[in-house]
Design a binder for this molecule. Structure first.
Ligand code: SF4
Length: 267
């Protein structure tokens, strides 16, 4: 099947309903090499945008998978660019979104935002209906330690790019922050991230903890830190959602029950 390498799902997603995944880049092609990456360390980070496949081929593959899902009665709420790497490294992202829009399903892009200082990237993302940007820290030393960015990237440029994008973007703008024990799990980090994100008028802020085996030996932020982060984001941004997978749900279940009327927990 043409669609096998380019698409997957549809899979259930707490954020996006039934999501048909679009894999528009090669595996583990990324501008970051995050400590917590669940697909392993990046072998040579890259910031060079390039063509990975013909947009027409990608469009055909997605249509094939969508038709097959519809024929078996499977609902698809979003076509989601969530590859094992950074989707904005694909120079054709904007064209691909335009092609996929003709299929009549909303488009989502989950990006690490590292290239958003580039106007071409902002223009591509602007075509999507739902965008999620990663902000793990607004402090250069923490960002460098946590995301291990390509050596040409500058956090200041990325934050400026996010601010410009947020002013122009008409769709649903969401943020996600991964919380790692001993790296970005302090009150000061939470307050600074939340204050920055608040300025971008987020639709939703998602807080995550690493659950699947990460690239390095690191641990998820503890329960107290997670509660504090939730409180800070809820207070400053007026929106906070906690994401983690089922086995962590069990570990955190006790306090989740207490907080359940206030928070949404997503996988
Ligand atoms: S941005 Fe995503 S794919 Fe890239 S290293 Fe970080 S977690 Fe992995």
């Amino acid at each position: 099947m043409l669609s096998d390498n380019i698409t997957y799902g549809p899979v259930p997603s707490r954020r996006l309903g039934r999501s048909l995944g679009v894999n528009n880049i090669h595996a583990k092609c990324c501008s970051y090499s995050c400590l917590y990456c669940q697909v392993g360390s990046t072998l040579g980070t890259s910031v060079k945008r390039r063509c990975f496949q013909e947009p027409i081929m990608l469009g055909r593959a997605v249509k094939e998978r969508l038709d097959s899902a519809r024929q078996s009665g499977d609902q698809v709420d979003y076509l989601s660019f969530v590859p094992d790497g950074e989707p904005t490294l694909d120079k054709n992202l904007g064209r691909e979104i335009e092609l996929l829009k003709a299929l009549g399903v909303k488009i989502a892009v989950i990006t690490n935002a590292s290239l958003i200082w580039d106007e071409g990237v902002r223009q591509s993302l602007a075509k999507a209906d739902w965008v999620s940007l990663k902000v793990d820290s607004v402090k250069t030393d923490t960002w460098t330690r946590m995301n291990r960015p390509h050596n040409t990237l500058k956090l200041e440029d990325i934050l400026d790019g996010i601010t410009v994008f947020a002013r122009q973007y008409k769709g649903s703008l969401n943020f996600e922050t991964m919380l790692v024990e001993g790296v970005n799990d302090s009150m000061n980090e939470f307050e600074e991230i939340a204050s920055f994100v608040y300025g971008a008028k987020p639709a939703k802020c998602y807080l995550g903890i690493p659950t699947r085996p990460p690239a390095e030996k690191i641990g998820p932020a503890g329960e107290n830190a997670l509660v504090s982060a939730f409180n800070v984001f809820a207070c400053i941004c007026k929106t906070a959602f906690i994401c983690f997978t089922t086995h962590l749900w069990c570990r955190y279940n006790a306090w989740c029950r207490e907080w359940f009327s206030y928070i949404a927990v997503c996988c």
